[in-house]
Design a binder for this molecule. Sequence first.
Ligand SMILES: [Cu+2]
Length: 136
Amino acid sequence: MMRMFSHSHLLRRASVLAVVAAVALLVVGCGGGQGAEPTTSTGSTSAAGDVLSVEGTEFSFTPSTVKASAGQTTIRFTNHGGVEHDFLIDALDLHLHANPGKAAEATVTLTPGTYATYCSIPGHRESGMKGTLTVS
Ligand SMILES: [Cu+2]
């Protein structure tokens, strides 16, 4: 019904990319052809938990494609648009709703896989508010 047009240009891609880059750095190059698996890690609670940040505007998520490591992760959704938006991942029962200028977050336990993300406000998903979360 109601249409609002916003002029916000708060696409702070830089900060988001920094987070993505940090996650990517966790992938340490595996050189040798040895088949033996090191028995380090996986036994202890890894880190204090990662934080995954996604921003929403009319009508897209930034970044639309996000990657994360399995385990406990806090997903934070910030609405930089002029109308309400939300960020859903059905498979994880995740539903973060944020009014304009607000943020919402939740901590979930991720398992490897590819998950569809979208905004459930009528018409928004079709307009481009959708993406993918890849957990490895
Ligand atoms: Cu939306």
